[in-house]
Structures are given as C-alpha cells and as structure tokens.
Design a binder for this molecule. Structure first.
Ligand code: DGL
Length: 283
C-alpha cells in the first residue's frame, strides 16, 4: 500500500485524458497533474528542447513525492522515453500501451497514427506497432493544429473549424483504408467526436491517454502500490506554468466538474533539470 500521489505531466491539457481514466480505474488515488501551459506546444520543438522540458516537469513531480510518473504526452513518450531511466520510480509513457492496443484492434493490418510533428518524425509509434504486428502497414500524419484547437477549447463535434481541420488532416488516412487509428497525442482524444465523424464508424480510435492509465493501474495493482482501500476519494491537484484561467475553463469542461480551487501556478522555467544517468529501464 502506498498513498503517495500518482504524477502525470503533459505540455498542457492533453494529459487530462490520462487523469480522466485514472479517476475511473483508481478512484482512491491522489493525483498531481502538471500541464506546461506556458511552453505548449512541445510537438513543434527540437528533440533537445522537448527532453529538457520533460526533465524539468519530472523534477517538479519528484518534489511532490509521487510514487509513479506518467508522461501523458505523446511527444515526450516518443522523443525522450529514456528520461524514465533517470528516476528511481516506475515510469510510463503512452507509446507502447497504445501500440499494443492498436495491434490487437486492427483487422486489416492498416494502422494509422496521428500525432505532433516531433512524434511522427521520431517514428516511435511505427517501431512499437511493428514489435507487436511485424506485418502491419503503418500510415502516419502529423496534425499540429489539433493541439491549438484543444488548448483553445474548440473541440466539440459542432465546431466548424475543428471539423475542417480534421477533414484536411485525415482524408488521406481514410482513403488509404486504415481500420484503426492511434490518437498519438494525448490532446487528440478531446477531439474524438470530430475525428470519429471524419473517419467513420468502422475505424477504431485508440485513446493513448486511456491506454497509459490502464497500464498504470495494472502496474500499481501488481506491485501492491495502490492507495489503501479505506483511503478517501482521491484528490487531484493541478499545476500549470502560465495563467490558470484558460486551463480552468477547458479542463473543467473536459473533466465535467469545476476544478478552479485545485489549480495553482508553478514557475517551471527556473526549475532544476532532472540530471541524466546511464542505467537502462526502457519506456
Ligand atoms: N499532448 C502532447 C502530446 O501528446 C503535446 C502536444 C504539444 O504540446 O505539441 O504529444
């Protein structure tokens, strides 16, 4: 039994897709969420910058005495999964759990991956899918604009701009007949309805955030590290690196409750950078 919180980080709102699923699977767990809203997007930056940001985000979570860290960010999980080697805690990224789910879901072996530009350039999902189904054809598309739509709260199925962007990004994948689509950026499940509308009912959408949460839940259960069963309902605290207002609004809408009282601001830019060491633990 371990009643320390679970640490979750992302560049902004996307990691809330992990939080939402964790709250269903492990309602007794406390969660510390960090969204780097002052530096979002990560997905258009260099691999070095993304890794540096991830190391600062993780050192903040370590200070919060978490028992597990989830990189609830497809970009960090793709570009810098090795940062997990530098902590003495379990570390979960979103790539491998989502790739495994996609390999299980596909019927025709044509798997689409959408993500940020850095994620697609890294080829991480491609490699992970081929580990599970070597014969799969993987078709990838970066969709950087989706991140901004979500951060601005333009994500409902009725939003004409979101729909237009989705048609433009996804028509190629649809034409190529993918039957499974990995939403390889944790922001994208927030646009799920719009994406589903464009891809049609026969394409299975894989929610990377939810898959990572499931992996975390089984890891904590297997290692006996869940919060004690008599623990009260888990408390979630949210930290962001810029103004809290916009985050409050969109996050409250997505989580379906008012989180205003639980959000604080952190100065991440001056935060120490988690040092690198050479041991090897994998994603
Ligand atoms: N939610 C993130 C991801 O999963 C990051 C999007 C971004 O900051 O560009 O990739």
């Amino acid at each position: 039994m371990d009643n320390r919180p679970i640490g979750v980080f992302d560049s902004g709102l996307g990691g809330l897709t992990v939080v939402k699923e964790l709250e269903v699977l492990l309602p007794g767990e406390d969660i510390v969420y960090f969204g780097d809203t002052g530096r979002v997007p990560y997905g258009t930056r260099s691999f070095e910058t993304i890794e540096r940001y991830a190391r600062q985000d993780m050192s903040f979570l370590l200070e919060m005495d978490v028992k597990l860290i989830i990189a609830a960010c497809g970009t960090v999980s793709s570009v810098a999964p090795h940062v997990g080697n530098d902590i003495d805690l379990p570390f979960i990224g979103v790539v491998e759990p989502a790739a495994k789910a996609a390999a299980k879901a596909t019927r025709n072996g044509r798997v689409g991956v959408i993500g940020t530009t850095a994620t697609i350039q890294s080829g991480a999902f491609d490699r992970a899918i081929h580990q599970f189904t070597p014969e799969a054809s993987v078709l990838s598309q970066d969709c950087p604009m989706f991140v901004h739509l979500v951060e601005n709260g333009w994500c409902t199925a009725e939003d004409p701009i979101a729909l237009l962007a989705a048609q433009r990004y996804l028509s190629g994948l649809k034409e190529q007949g993918v039957d499974t689509l990995i939403l390889g950026c944790t922001h994208f499940p927030i646009l799920r309805q719009v994406i589903a509308q464009v891809m049609g009912p026969h394409v299975t959408l894989i929610n990377t955030g939810a898959e990572a949460a499931r992996r975390a839940a089984s890891l904590l259960k297997e290692s006996g590290q869940c919060a004690p069963s008599d623990h009260k309902k888990g408390r979630c605290r949210f930290f962001v690196s810029d103004a809290v207002g916009g985050f409050n609004r969109t996050a409250s809408m997505f989580l379906g409750r008012d989180i205003r009282e639980q959000v604080s601001r952190v100065d991440i830019i001056n935060h120490p950078i988690l040092p690198s060491c050479s041991s090897s633990k994998g994603e």
